[in-house]
Design a protein. Structure first.
Length: 129
């Protein structure tokens, strides 16, 4: 049976779209780390880590990162909820400044400690290079 469209259902649909758009603006952003087949690490941010990983894995995809076109993704090594987009970008920038040893420590500990305003990352003592 086909569903009859009415003005009310169209209005409801428009309200639902506005609500979805509002939720998208307020969605939680994640920092993620992808390990490549040649053991490199790629860091990014997204609201949907699984979707983003699939996009990176599709060969020839326009939405895949250039880096991952040259270094085939193997797995998601780590991901963590960060907060809003602005904070996620700050944390991503700070994370990319860490040494490989510090990044590996975050992956091993499966935890990233950061300041919720500045995005500054704290590496536990004994994990620094």
């Amino acid at each position: 049976m086909k569903k009859l469209l009415t003005k009310n259902s169209v209005a409801l649909s428009a309200d639902t779209e506005k609500s979805a758009a509002s939720e998208k603006r307020q969605s939680v952003w994640y920092l993620y780390i992808i390990r490549t087949v040649d053991n490199h690490l790629y860091t990014g941010i997204s609201t949907d880590v699984k979707r983003r990983f699939i996009e990176h894995c599709k060969s020839g995809s326009k939405s895949a990162a250039k880096y991952l076109k040259a270094h085939e993704p193997e797995s998601i090594a780590f991901y963590q909820a960060v907060g809003n987009r602005s904070l996620a970008q700050k944390v991503e920038y700070r994370f990319k400044q860490l040494s490989r040893h510090q990044k590996d420590a975050v992956i091993r500990q499966n935890s990233l400690i950061f300041d919720s305003r500045s995005g500054a990352i704290t590496i536990p003592t004994g994990s620094q290079s």
